[in-house]
Structures are given as structure tokens and as C-alpha cells.
Design a protein around this ligand. Structure first.
Ligand code: FAD
Length: 399
């Protein structure tokens, strides 16, 4: 459906082949099964196993560590396709992708060699943990702490909303290491905490039952309770010498790529909602003709398709800038803001086009309606994106 009209939208032959392969996987394996896993709030293990075989856990990991070595632009195309099927599936890979980005950019050679090959195959999956019960947007207010006792770091604190919190094998965890630092972000460190995938009790780490949610089912969101959890100094991201008290900047850098990833999810869910609306509006008749022939419905479809294309362009532009090593903080914020709002709006319009049936669990749009709002929140709310965009705009246009 996409029309190539801009250099930001052009895709290479390799990207096209990859996208088509993932789209086929989504059509054959995810779309027919999403309703089952959503209804049971069950982890889609057979789908995840097939994703491992397709190499989707190592898309951006360099080939020398066993990954596919592809760029962020290709990854966003894949995420868009997966999210067109079910955003929970993109949730299974999202925190893993952020973790592999952190290792590739900031990890020591020993950390890369230890974790990346197993991450590339999906043997271990990664979670990413900033939020706590008392904070989400205000990351500098983190109260979890790590103290050096002898040779080890001892971590105490409670984390909230950790996607893949139970099934992951490693958690990239941001805590305070210097609580007196001013400003507070200068006293924060990222630890790679290891645990047994699927185990709710680990030495020093308890994982309570998963949080019950309105949507985004199948992929678990959990709390993590660290009580005297012992972490060796070699698990400070980048090594103790380079990484101590550098965690805030590392995590914010990773959030930038995370935002492009959430933008791609917004495009994917909006694309699916548009497809469903295009089909339903030609099947359903009122007042003697298909509703698609009523101008009010056509205008809705026109606005929906226009927003999807605009969101796609913003997302690809942000990804390509990041791949080119250019500044993309402003663009990532814009893409995340516009594409996540587009996801919510286009899903709602499709829901309205479905009339009463949109409210029925018989129709796929009901699931999308419960899933879409998450995108307004994860990786920073729309208000936080506007704050980032405003600040960066003023920095770039200072008089
Ligand atoms: C399903 C799910 C999965 C998640 N997964 C993860 C994860 O894997 N790892 C992780 O670390 N976190 C995760 N989160 C947490 C998520 O990042 C936070 O919920 C989000 O950042 C918002 O934080 P909050 O919920 O504490 O809201 P708050 O920060 O309390 O904000 C509440 C409201 O106030 C607004 N607001 C806050 N500050 C300002 C301001 N200065 N100006 C204007 N408005 C403001 C916000 O936009 C929002 O509308 C997840 C959340 C959900 C729901």
C-alpha cells in the first residue's frame, strides 16, 4: 500500500526481501493466533520459537557475534510488520533490542562476547528497567540503590512495569550509585543483572505475579524486587572504570532508538486498523449501499491513510538519521509522538467504522483498541515527547 515518494521512504532490495519474509510470517503465524494468546493472556511460546529460527532476536547484532548485522532502518521495518500482527510480539523483542543496543554501544569487549552471541539466537532475552512504583517520567527520581560492599555491588530497590521481567535472562537496570550527586543523573549506573529465565525466586531478586493489564497481553509486565542482590563489578555496563555513574546518559541514548521502535509499532498497528476498516467498509451496507460509498466514511479512510503515511515517513527519517550517525533526538521524539498518536487515532476511527461490531470480541479491532493506548505511554508519554521536542528545537534555533 505504501507509495515510495521520498528518499526516507525508499527501501533497499535486502530490506524489501526481509520485510516480505516477516509479513508472510505475520500473516501465517501471528494474525491467526493472536486472538487465542490475547484471550488467555498466554506467552506465545511457539511464535517466539519461530522468531528465534528466523534470526529476529539478532537483527541488529553484528555478524561477528552471530547476529544479522542489519541497521535500525531495517529493524523498524520489521517492527512495523510484527506490530501489524500484534504489538505484544514486538514487545517481546523491543526490550531485547534496547539491551543489545546498550551492549553494542557501551559494553566492554568481555560483556559483548559473553552476552551478544546468546542474545542473537534468543537463548537469553533482555529486559530494560528504569521505572519504579513512584516514578516513570521522572527518571532522575529513581530510589533503587547499589552500594559497593567488598568486591561486589549490592542492589536494593523495587522496579515496576518491567516488560519481559519474568522470562528474560538479563535485566539492564538503572539505579543510584551516588545518591548525593548533583544533578542526580550524575550518580546513576546501569547494571547488567543476571537471573534464571522464568524463575520468580532468584538469589536477591523476587518477581511477583505479572501485572494484569487492559491490553498488551501475552508479554508479561512485572515488578522486580531486589533485596541484597549481589552483582559483580564486571556487570557494570561498560566495566566499572568506564561505566560507573554513566548509566543515565547510556539509558537515555538507548531510549532514543527505543522511541523510533515505538513509532514503528504505531505505524504497524495503524496500518492494520486501516486494512480492517477498508475491508469492513466495503462489506457492510447501510441505506442501500456499502458504507465505503458514504462520503463521511471515505473522508475518514482518507485521513487515516494520510496519517499512516506521514507517521511512516517520520519513523523512517528518524531511523535513517540515527543509522547515518546524525543527531536524531528531535526526529525520534517527533516520530514517537506522531506515530503513537496516529496509532491511537486510526485504531479509534477503524473502531467507529465497525459500528457495534467493533465492540465485539469477534472482530480484531477490539484487541487493537485495547492495545493502542500503551504506545502513548511506553518510552515516554506524549507530554514527555513534547518536552523533548520543544527543548531540542530551542537548542537548535538558539538566538
Ligand atoms: C505495559 C507497560 C510496559 C512498560 N514497560 C516498561 C519497561 O519495560 N521498562 C521500564 O522501565 N518502564 C516500563 N513502563 C513504564 C513506562 O515507561 C511509564 O509508565 C511511563 O514512562 C510513564 O510513567 P508513569 O506511569 O510513572 O507516569 P507519570 O510519570 O507519573 O506521569 C503521569 C502523567 O503526568 C504527565 N507528566 C509527567 N511529568 C510531566 C511534566 N513534567 N509535564 C507535563 N506532564 C507530565 C505524564 O505525561 C502522564 O500523563 C511500562 C509501562 C506500561 C504501561
Amino acid at each position: 500500500m505504501a507509495v515510495a515518494t521520498s528518499p526516507y521512504q525508499e527501501i533497499t532490495d535486502d530490506q524489501k526481501a526481509m520485510t516480505e519474509m516477516v509479513r508472510q510470517f505475520v500473516d501465517e503465524q501471528i494474525l491467526p493466533n493472536a486472538e487465542h494468546y490475547d484471550a488467555k493472556d498466554e506467552f506465545p511460546a511457539p511464535i517466539v520459537d519461530q522468531m528465534k529460527e528466523l534470526g529476529l532476536f539478532g537483527v541488529t547484532i553484528p555478524e561477528e557475534y552471530g547476529g544479522l548485522g542489519l541497521d535500525l532502518a531495517t529493524y523498524t521495518l520489521i517492527v512495523e510488520e510484527l506490530s501489524r500482527g500484534w504489538i505484544s510480539i514486538s514487545g517481546v523483542v523491543n526490550t531485547h533490542f534496547i539491551g543489545s543496543y546498550l551492549l553494542m554501544k557501551f559494553g566492554s569487549e568481555e560483556q559483548k562476547e559473553k552476552f551478544l552471541p546468546k542474545m542473537a539466537t534468543g537463548e537469553i532475552r533482555a529486559a530494560f528497567s528504569l521505572s519504579e512504583p513512584g516514578l516513570g517520567s521522572d527518571v532522575q527520581a529513581i530510589s533503587s540503590r547499589a552500594k559497593k560492599e567488598g568486591e561486589e555491588w549490592v542492589i536494593n530497590g523495587q522496579k515496576m512495569w518491567v516488560t519481559n521481567g519474568l522470562e528474560s535472562g538479563i535485566v539492564f537496570l538503572l539505579v543510584k550509585t551516588d545518591p548525593d550527586a548533583s544533578p542526580p543523573h550524575k550518580g546513576m549506573t546501569c547494571f547488567i543483572t543476571e537471573k534464571e529465565p522464568g524463575a520468580s525466586e532468584n538469589p536477591g531478586l523476587t518477581i511477583p505475579p505479572k501485572i494484569k493489564k487492559m491490553g498488551y497481553k501475552g508479554v508479561e509486565s512485572t515488578e522486580l524486587v531486589y533485596e541484597d542482590y549481589k552483582c559483580p563489578p564486571e556487570n557494570v555496563l561498560g566495566g566499572e572504570e568506564a561505566g560507573l555513574n554513566k548509566g543515565f546518559a547510556q539509558m537515555m541514548d538507548a531510549l532514543e532508538v527505543g522511541r523510533v521502535n515505538v513509532a514503528a509499532r504505531g505505524v504497524g498497528i495503524a496500518q492494520r486498523a486501516l486494512e480492517l476498516a477498508l475491508r469492513y467498509s466495503q462489506e457492510r451496507s447501510t441505506f442501500g449501499k456499502p458504507i465505503a460509498e458514504h462520503q463521511a466514511i471515505q473522508f475518514k479512510l482518507a485521513d487515516m491513510a494520510t496519517k499512516v503515511e506521514a507517521a511512516r515517513l517520520l519513523t523512517r527519517k528518524a531511523a535513517k538519521l540515527k543509522d547515518a550517525g546524525e543527531r536524531s533526538d528531535l526526529e525520534a521524539g517527533m516520530a514517537k509522538l506522531f506515530a503513537s498518536e496516529t496509532g491511537k487515532e486510526v485504531v479509534e476511527d477503524s473502531f467507529r467504522i465497525h459500528g457495534g461490531y467493533g465492540y465485539s470480541k469477534e472482530y480484531e479491532i477490539e484487541r487493537l483498541y485495547r492495545d493502542a493506548p500503551l504506545l502513548l505511554i511506553g518510552e515516554g508519554t506524549s507530554e514527555i515527547q513534547r518536552m523533548v521536542i520543544g527543548k531540542k528545537l530551542l537548542q537548535r534555533h538558539k538566538i
